[in-house]
Design a protein around this ligand. Sequence first.
Ligand code: FAD
Length: 469
Amino acid sequence: MTDQNTSDTSTTDSRPLRVAVVGAGPAGIYASDALMKSGVDVSIDLFERMPAPFGLIRYGVAPDHPRIKGIITALHKVLDKPQVRLIGNIDYGSDITLDDLKRFYDAVIFSTGANADRALSIPGIDLEGSYGAADFVSWYDGHPDVPRTWPLEAEKVAVLGVGNVALDVARVLAKTGDELLPTEIPANVYEGLKQNKALEVHVFGRRGPAQAKFTPLELRELDHSPNIEVIVDPEDIDYDAASEDARRNSKQVDMVANTLQDWAIRDVGSRPHKLFLHFFESPHEVLGEDGKVVGLRTERTELDGTGNVRGTGKYNDWDVQAVYRAVGYLSQNIAKLPFDEQAGTVPNEAGRVVADDTVEGKGRFMPGTYVTGWIKRGPVGLIGHTKGDANETVANLLEDRPDLPGAEDPREEAVIEFLEGKGTPYTTWEGWYRLDAHERALGEPEGRERVKVVERAEMFEASEPGKKA
Ligand SMILES: Cc1cc2nc3c(=O)[nH]c(=O)nc-3n(C[C@H](O)[C@H](O)[C@H](O)COP(=O)(O)OP(=O)(O)OC[C@H]3O[C@@H](n4cnc5c(N)ncnc54)[C@H](O)[C@@H]3O)c2cc1C
């Protein structure tokens, strides 16, 4: 790195390295862990816009995946350490800026993840009854910033996409409210799901079974519900040479293909809700009447020998009254940082942010500025993958240490004085324990592990009783 102002020369020796991590999802927490495990004397503040930490583990992972939600327990060990402080309810960009962070910290790691839906440009996608998966996920996972109700009037529903998020959405739509009641779903979500009229859920993939992005465990889980009959059309089982290669080269691809094949040849049972997995159907148009979804038109595709598909010119119309697109998540632009709109990431080299012409120093590393997690490499991969990411970013930050700009005011109290001086309310790690206990207590009378609190004000009050939100 070049051109760095070292205003505090004590950075490397006589005081802890001060690092701000923005975003307390798995990536930010793993980055904090890697910093603490490095052996370097560090002092970390983990900023989070929500009153509670854990990112998409709390607001993405499906409620009927308690084993995955349980990763939170492992992450507790990181946040319990004295070198890291959670400062929640703080939105980078409005409550605190890059200049503020540069004043108080030697380095900043952004781990702001992704929370929006990637667009799908087909005619009719904006009709009433056409939804993004991320919005639905936020609703059923009790995110405070989305509406409390969700329209679940459709008897037949289409889900576009063949990844794990599509499976989550399809499964939640096909299960009954009572089946989901033992989970942590909030009361408003249970009330909504109880009214759900969906009897048929149709999942559509443009390509074939060997190209689906499902993971084997999540796919097989679909079949475990006593209410869901999973149906695959034998006509949709097809492989070309590239597909056969893919199966030979990846155990995961082969397991997914085998499961789908098994489902295609078995007799259809009598479970009340039908969940169809369709392949070689490329979404062409959402059909509407009076501004509302009344169907989906797909074009039948066929393999072209390379694992890709081409259109056949044959179209199918499906009678559905709602369409959910699960075609990927998208990260948000971060104030004062470059952003690659196409990739939905902050341009970086192994975690070091590379300036573009929207910020000073085009083509060079932005001093003391790093990224990790989904904002670094795009919204793909499981929670575990963010660990390797964090290790790489932190290794580079530590390598840059002698050249870091150096905080003007590295005192740990400085940022607290700054926030309190502005009257900006924040939550703490001790506050998370209080909110956690509150949610568990809400679940106890019904024999549930927890009931999630949705309202921001209630989350804040349970975390920081007596503090003004
Ligand atoms: C619907 C869905 C289901 C999933 N299910 C699974 C699963 O079952 N198993 C699995 O292993 N993986 C699953 N994943 C993937 C997993 O959630 C991701 O791999 C992981 O969460 C990415 O971590 P991250 O920390 O980069 O981002 P995130 O988890 O998105 O965390 C980013 C954090 O940054 C915060 N933030 C954003 N902007 C700001 C700001 N301006 N100021 C302050 N804070 C900010 C956010 O509030 C959030 O807490 C799922 C993903 C989705 C979308």
